[in-house]
Ligand binder design. Structure first.
Ligand code: ADP
Length: 320
């Protein structure tokens, strides 16, 4: 039915990744274009797993914006919620691959089109059709997309959608760490499902411990599910009635970009069809095993979007 839709709201951009590691941007001999942006990755993850997904956001009316919309369409994601800004450019990120394997980002957001989405431009019919409404926090940083974000959340909630939040902390984009923490936590208690990484858990609680006690500090009464992703250590889950951990799969990891988005997409695909998963621990553990498999597969190829799995890929890892 129309209601089995996951609507993912926020940014979509292109990462320019140097063809070699360990050099500065100025020394890079060339770049590969890696399309991404967490909410867009989640929409494509859902679609590749056979779910019905829409992306809501703003792109520049330029070659990069058209390229990104084409990628969504080719992947079966509905683009009815996309707008093209006539003035601003599509967001871009230039990635430095440091010799130690870490990534540093330099963003073109001056402001970029994604930050200029206005509340009155939202496709409200589309948002009302959401069974799950998913969002990340980049759009909380500045106006007018901040107001658009808050309005979209409210409309989705009123229409009965489950709200799913992944803060996707990108600290360099915020004016300060305190502001980031304050803004992220300001919408914390509106969500039903929240997923944080271990790094975000530390950042938001201000503690360097990644344990149950620390995770519980982030729990809010209206949550149905809180997830903590731990890379090759798998994931932890917290519900009103039980909590636990599910181990990761052992894979040959080459690039972890998009693993968290793949995990979220897989989880949302399952929850959209059966929201009672969060009330049944053995069902939830099955779902998280599937989501961990999807995350693991995404680390075995370069880039996020090309590495997102199908159901067959996930089952092959689980049963193999
Ligand atoms: P995030 O992008 O939110 O930091 P993670 O990197 O923790 O997310 O990845 C999400 C999920 O993907 C993890 O919970 C885990 O199940 C799986 N995963 C991520 N990295 C690896 C890895 N190196 N090996 C196996 N599984 C992984």
């Amino acid at each position: 039915s129309d209601k089995s839709v996951i609507v993912s709201f926020g940014e979509m951009l292109i990462d320019f990744v140097p063809t070699v590691s360990g050099v500065s941007l100025a020394e890079a001999p060339g770049f590969l274009k890696a399309p991404g942006g967490a909410p867009a990755n989640v929409a494509i993850a859902v679609s590749r797993l056979g779910g019905k997904a829409s992306f809501v956001g703003k792109l520049g009316d330029d070659e990069f914006g058209r390229m990104l919309a084409d990628i969504l369409k080719q992947n079966g994601v509905s683009c009815d919620g996309i707008l093209f800004d006539q003035g601003a450019r599509t967001a871009l990120a230039f990635v430095t691959l440091r010799a130690d394997g870490e990534r540093e980002f330099m963003f073109y957001r001056n402001p970029s089109a994604d930050m200029l989405l206005k509340p009155e431009e939202l496709n409200l019919d589309l948002i009302r059709s959401a069974k799950v409404f998913h969002y990340g926090s980049i759009s909380l940083i500045v106006e007018p997309c901040r107001s658009a974000h808050l309005k979209a959340m409210e409309v989705a909630k009123e229409s009965g959608a489950l709200l799913s939040y992944d803060p996707n902390l990108r600290l360099p984009l915020w004016p300060s760490a305190d502001e980031a923490r304050k803004q992220i936590l300001s919408i914390w208690d509106k969500a039903d499902i929240v997923k944080v990484s271990d790094v975000e858990l530390e950042f938001l609680t201000g503690s360097d411990k990644i344990d149950d006690e620390s995770a519980m500090k982030l729990w809010r009464p209206n949550f149905t599910l809180l997830l903590v992703t731990l890379g090759d250590k798998g994931s932890r889950y917290y519900t009103k009635n039980f909590h636990g951990a599910v181990d990761a799969f052992h894979v040959n990891t080459v690039d972890t970009t998009g693993a968290g988005d793949s995990f979220v997409g897989a989880l949302l695909c399952k929850i959209v069809n059966d929201p009672t998963i969060v009330e049944n621990e053995s069902k939830l553990r099955e779902v998280l095993k599937f989501a961990n498999a999807c995350g693991a597969i995404t680390t075995t190829k370069k880039g996020a979007i090309p590495a997102l799995p199908t159901v067959a890929d996930a089952l092959a890892l689980i049963n193999g």
